[in-house]
Ligand binder design. Sequence first.
Ligand SMILES: [Zn+2]
Ligand SMILES: [Zn+2]
Length: 101
Amino acid sequence: MPTTCALCRRIIPDERIADPQVVQEHHLRPEERADSPTVSLCRPCHKQVHALFTNEELRDDFDTTETLRNADRLQPYLAWIRGTEKLDIDVTTSDHVRERR
Ligand SMILES: [Zn+2]
Ligand SMILES: [Zn+2]
């Protein structure tokens, strides 16, 4: 069964899932892992989410797939990734996130 990334909605073919890191579980409410729902994200989306949002923001404002998918901050990334087949990208943590670590 191919996996669909909950964020970019790209379908990841089985043969590419041979790399166990390609699909990652994202905890929608980071730091409340015990009762946090999880969604399957492709590796680029997972990296990007954590580069653009602090755990606090994720927990407070973006704890559903819908709010994440509609987040203004993610739109340029989503528009780009949907047009590629990349499953590995370099992500720079935004200053916004870095300053709050
Ligand atoms: Zn994705
Ligand atoms: Zn995550």
